[in-house]
Write a protein that binds this ligand. Structure first.
Ligand SMILES: [Zn+2]
Length: 118
């Protein structure tokens, strides 16, 4: 009692929290696939890290509202942005990555096994 836990929410919890919000923002997600494959929120990369939207060194905390699941590269890329700039980056990145079948092409190439398993 009293001691503050420093544990972070799980990646599944982060996805569950953000999924409906991203849909409302017009950034639809393939929720089931995202959960299964541990997909980056902004690109088709698999294997994510919990990334702080507002960095801890700037007062950001471990609350679910302040965490996104990003791949290593997107995590690095996002680190220079904060506040509105972060969200601009997020939206631009999403549009860029999910545009013109790039997403599906990359998915198919990377995860043949999953698609073969019918
Ligand atoms: Zn990514």
């Amino acid at each position: 009692m009293g001691a503050k836990r420093k544990t972070m929410p799980s990646k599944t919890n982060i996805l569950e929290y953000w999924n409906p919000i991203l849909i409302k923002l017009g950034l639809e997600t393939n929720y089931e696939l995202s959960g299964k494959l541990d997909l980056c929120f902004t690109c088709p990369e698999i294997g994510t890290q919990r990334a702080h939207i507002k960095p801890v060194c700037q007062g950001g905390n471990n609350s679910i509202k302040n965490l996104h699941n990003l791949c290593c590269q997107c995590h690095k890329e996002s680190e220079i942005y904060e506040g509105q700039m972060y969200w601009r980056w997020f939206k631009y990145k999403r549009l860029e990555e999910f545009d013109s079948n790039k997403f599906f092409k990359r998915m198919l190439n990377k995860h043949k096994i999953i698609y073969k398993n019918e």
